[in-house]
Design a protein around this ligand. Sequence first.
Ligand code: BJW
Length: 223
Amino acid sequence: MKIAVLTGAGVSAESGLGTFRDKDGLWTRYDLNEVATPEGFARNPALVHDFYNARRANCADATPNAAHMALAELATGPHEVTLITQNIDNLHTRAGSSDVIHMHGRLMRALCAACGARWDAPLVMSPHDHCPSCGATATRPDIVWFGEIPYDMDAISAAVATCDLFVAIGTSAEVYPAAGLVELAGGQTLEINLAPSARANAFDDHRFGPASEVVPAWVAELL
Ligand code: BJW
């Protein structure tokens, strides 16, 4: 089978990385307009860098959980797997998944808003950093903020449209275009989440429970 997997913050929750919209989620403590939009970054780059510096430190301390490990194992089997994540952490890669599509960018990468260069982010970024390529002080985390176009949309659309099975794991389906991918899916659709998401009705099948338990059980069935 061709399997397209979309993951969200719920897959990393049990690794200790916060989700966004759950009780105590990041958006209950931070104003997303201030920390996750280009306009917020233009107003106060130091605040935005502080937000992502803290999350980069949390990510460095976190370890992949059983759900990340199971998804890496899935790709070693007979199925053709495309792993798409909304998460900016690197836990899928550290679990052994290769060619992960990071549609909302990567915490561990930096981007120059002046020349478009990308490089490995230092643990702590600041508005005073110079781009190693052009020297401008226009460096930002390589993150897709609200109002920006997610990365690799052509590859994502193609993988989802031609798959036999589309699986969304640990995402609230509140943010587009990720939330609309289920509509594009060429084959069967499965939602794995703690509870029904905003788009639960669009899925053929559901499995509810913690990702660290449900994902390994599902992968074991497929392998
Ligand atoms: C567990 C669990 C466990 C917990 N086990 N499960 C009106 C209508 C439609 C769209 C729009 C609109 N107004 C504006 C828009 C567009 C906008 C948007 O969608 N806004 C909505 C708020 C309405 N989208 C954009 O701006 C995007 N760009 C765009 O649309 O460009 C135009 C375009 C696109 C394509 C083609 C052409 C044009 C960009 C979106 C960027 C999102 N960025 C963020 C922040 C940056 C990254 C970061 O800082 O980390 O990305 S927002 C934030 O939400 C983050 C996430 O990736 C994203 C999704 O969140 P996710 O992963 O779903 O997390 P939660 O917390 O919401 O849910 C967690 C789930 O896990 C829950 O269901 C829990 O139950 C579950 N869970 N523990 C299993 N142990």
